[in-house]
Ligand binder design. Structure first.
Ligand code: CIR
Length: 258
């Protein structure tokens, strides 16, 4: 068995009706989006994951963005209550597959929380207070994970959709960030690598075990990562980016060993 499982969901035929917050709606080429998503899954496979793809549904235009439906730690998976009402039904199938691998906890009303707002770095969990995640959701997250030795801190998010639009981890000591959308001192002693100023959307990099996965759209920021010795696998996710998605949001990566 491979060391990691990646849970994904195919691109819905209704993705043109996706939620949009900071982007203008532009046409999404469904065939191309699906081809890019397939290549994304194949790359996860090459990076050592068993990919478990959930069935698509026209009921969930944003269903491909499975990251928002759960937060998976080694000890527990927290099934979210997404901030956008249109996305709440996405969690059932994700919870179902996760129950094979983890005990489950749930965010419940009036809490809201999107997985895209949850950045885990070792035993530190930063949760963005955003248009999708509220204080009650963060408090419930804290209660679910603190018994396992995690600390949960609230992070300011302004100008972008999710915390992980602005900050993701490249390793357990380093974040890739767009400082304009976060408050940098909230991340304590972690080292911050800035995106290239011409690439504001470039702060989202996915960790896949010891590897990184990164979009082809941000060559300048990629060069910054490479100069520091990181060598991410590259995927083109241009069509999913039109739906305000990036690389972390299209999968839930978990250790298979638990
Ligand atoms: C939404 O607005 O919910 C979707 N169109 C995009 C979600 C992207 N998710 C993520 O970055 N975690």
């Amino acid at each position: 068995m491979r060391s990691h499982i990646a849970i994904t969901r195919g691109v819905s035929a209704s993705i043109a009706r996706c939620e949009l917050t900071h982007l203008e709606r532009t046409p999404i080429d469904l065939e191309l989006a699906r081809a890019q998503h397939l290549e994304y899954e194949r790359t996860l496979g090459r990076l050592g994951c068993d990919v478990r793809r959930l069935p698509t549904s026209e009921d969930w235009p944003d269903g491909v963005f499975v990251e928002d439906a759960a937060v998976v730690l080694d000890e527990v998976a927290v099934v979210t209550r997404p901030g956008a009402a249109s996305r709440r039904g996405e969690t059932a199938a994700v919870a179902d597959v996760l129950s094979t691998y983890r005990r489950l906890a749930y965010i419940v009303a009036p809490g809201t929380l999107d997985g895209g707002d949850v950045l885990t770095v070792g035993r530190s969990i930063f949760v963005g207070l955003s248009s999708r995640t509220n204080s009650e959701g963060i408090e419930q997250m804290r209660r679910a994970v603190e018994p396992f030795g995690y600390t949960v801190s609230t992070a300011t998010v302004e100008g972008c959709l999710h915390l992980k639009s602005a900050a993701t981890a490249v390793d357990d000591a380093t974040l890739l960030v767009n400082r304009r959308w976060i408050v940098d001192r909230e991340f304590g002693s972690l080292e911050l690598v800035d995106v290239d100023p011409d690439e504001p959307m470039a702060a989202n990099v996915a960790r896949v075990g010891p590897n990184l996965l990164y979009p082809s759209a941000f060559p300048r920021t990629r060069e910054r990562l490479e100069r520091r010795g990181f060598a991410p696998a590259i995927v083109d996710v241009s069509e999913l980016a039109k739906a305000e998605g990036a690389v972390t949001c299209c999968s839930l990566i978990l250790f298979a060993a638990n």
